[in-house]
Design a protein. Structure first.
Length: 378
C-alpha cells in the first residue's frame, strides 16, 4: 500500500522520524529527573501532498482500508479517535499549544508507513507524532524549533490521544543524532547530545522484545506515580529529583518500606544517568555496563516493574558476555536491551532465544538497533 494507491496521485514530500530506546533513566521523567534515550534506525515515514482546500486526510499502511478526514476548522480532540488522532492531534496541538495561526493554511493528504514495531516500547507513537510535527511546521512555515515541536508532540499525546506520557520520546525522536544519546533534564528541558561511540568501540545494542503485553501497565504505572508523589510530599520536596543519595538514610526513617524502595529507585536512577553521561564522556561505552545492570536490579527489586521474561533476557545476555543489560521502557513487559560486542551479537541472541524456549516463554523478537538521526525531511 502506498500514497499513490490510496490517493491516486504521487506525494510531493516525505518526512520521517525514528522510534527510540532509552539507554538509562527509567521512571525518572515524571519525577523531574534525567533520562538518556537515543533515536533508533527504525522510522515512520509520512508522505504528503498539499491540498487546495482546508481538509486534512490521513491514511496508514497500518490500516489501509480507511482514509480519515477532518477539516482544519473542526480540529478538536472530540473529533479524533483511533490512530488518526496521532496525526490530527499534531495539527490541533500546533494551534492550541504553540499558538500557530492555521486560519489561512491549506490541508494535506498524508500517508503513514513505519518499521517501528508498535507497542514494543520503542515509541512508534513519538515517531508518528514527530515526523508529522516537523512536516506541518515546515510546510505551513510556522518557524517553530525542535524543542517546541517536542512539546507539541507531548501535548497532542496527552490531550488529543489521551495518554499521560512525558517528553522523553519526542525529544529523542526530534533531537537524536547518529551514534549519540540525548541527555534530557525533564525539569528544565535542557538537552545535550552525548557521543555514544558504539561503532568505534565495536559495540551494538541488542533489543529483546519479550512480546509480553503491558497487561497491568496502566494500574501499575499509576501506582508507581502515586508512590513517588507521596514520597516527595513526605520528604518535603517538589519532586524526587530534589533528593540525592545522601537523603536516602533520612528517607528510610520517614517512609514506609514500599514507598522507600520506590524513592530509592528514582533517586539512584537519576544518579546513574548522571554517572552514565560522565562515564561515556570520560571512558567510553564499554565502561557503562555496571550502571546498566544496577539500573535493572533497581527496577526489579526496588521499583518492582520487571517481569520474569525481562529478568531472563538480562541474566542470559550477561552470562553470555554482554557488557551490560537492562529492561527498558515502562516495565510490566516490553523490551530489554543488551550492550554487546558486535561479534558476540549472534551468540547472545541465540542464547536468549534458547533460554526463553527452555523456560516455556513465548519466542522473543531479537534485533539490533543503532543510534540514528532524528526527524528529517527525506
Ligand atoms: P509505542 O509508542 O510503545 O509503540 P503506543 O501505544 O504509545 O506504543 O503507540 C502505539 C499507537 O500509535 C498505535 O496503536 C497507533 O494508534 C499509533 N501508531 C503508531 N504507528 C502507527 C502507524 N504506522 N500508523 C498508524 N498509527 C500508528
Ligand atoms: Mg508510545
Amino acid at each position: 500500500m502506498t500514497f499513490q494507491q490510496v490517493y491516486g496521485y504521487e506525494p510531493t514530500v516525505r518526512y520521517s522520524a525514528p522510534g527510540r530506546v532509552n539507554l538509562i533513566g527509567e521512571h525518572t521523567d515524571y519525577n523531574d529527573g534525567y533520562v538518556l534515550p537515543f533515536a533508533i534506525d527504525r522510522r515512520t515515514v509520512a508522505s504528503i501532498a498539499q491540498r487546495d482546500d482546508r481538509v486534512l486526510r490521513v491514511a496508514s499502511a497500518f490500516d489501509p482500508s480507511s482514509v480519515v478526514e477532518l477539516p482544519l476548522d473542526e480540529l478538536s480532540p472530540d473529533r479524533m479517535d483511533g490512530w488518526s488522532a496521532y496525526v490530527f492531534g499534531i495539527a490541533w496541538a500546533l494551534r492550541e499549544h504553540a499558538g500557530a495561526d492555521l486560519s489561512d493554511k491549506h490541508g494535506f493528504d498524508v500517508f503513514i508507513e513505519s518499521d517501528v514495531p508498535v507497542g514494543a516500547g520503542l515509541s512508534s507513537s513519538a515517531a508518528i507524532e514527530c515526523g508529522v510535527a516537523l512536516a506541518f511546521n515546515d510546510l505551513w512555515e510556522l518557524g517553530l524549533d525542535r524543542k517546541t515541536l517536542a512539546r507539541v508532540g507531548q501535548y497532542s499525546e496527552n490531550h488529543a490521544v489521551g495518554a499521560p506520557t512525558g517528553i522523553m520520546d519526542q525529544s529523542a525522536s526530534l533531537l537524536g543524532e547518529q551514534d549519540a544519546v540525548v541527555f534530557l533534564d525533564c525539569r528544565t528541558l535542557d538537552t545535550a547530545v552525548v557521543d555514544l561511540a558504539l561503532e568505534a568501540n565495536g559495540l551494538e545494542v541488542l533489543v529483546v522484545d519479550t512480546r509480553v503485553e503491558h497487561a497491568h501497565a496502566t494500574g501499575g504505572y499509576k501506582a508507581r506515580r502515586d508512590s513517588c508523589e507521596h514520597g516527595a510530599a513526605v520528604m518535603g520536596v517538589e519532586a524526587l529529583r530534589d533528593l540525592s543519595v545522601e537523603d536516602l538514610p533520612r528517607a528510610a526513617e520517614l517512609l514506609d518500606d514500599e514507598t522507600f524502595r520506590r524513592v530509592r529507585h528514582v533517586v539512584t536512577e537519576d544518579q546513574r544517568v548522571l554517572d552514565t553521561v560522565r562515564t561515556l564522556r570520560e571512558d567510553g561505552p564499554r565502561a557503562i555496563g555496571d550502571l546498566l545492570v544496577a539500573s535493572h536490579e533497581s527496577m526489579r527489586d526496588d521499583f518492582e516493574i520487571s517481569v520474569p521474561e525481562l529478568d531472563l533476557a538480562v541474566s542470559t545476555a550477561m552470562e553470555h558476555g554482554a557488557v551490560g543489560a537492562r529492561m527498558t521502557g515502562g516495565g510490566f513487559g516490553g523490551a530489554a536491551i543488551a550492550l554487546v560486542d558486535r561479534e558476540a551479537r549472534g551468540a547472545i541472541a541465540e542464547a536468549v532465544t534458547s533460554a526463553f524456549a527452555a523456560a516455556g516463554y513465548r519466542e522473543p523478537t531479537v534485533f539490533t538497533v543503532h543510534a540514528a538521526q532524528g526527524a528529517r525531511r527525506d
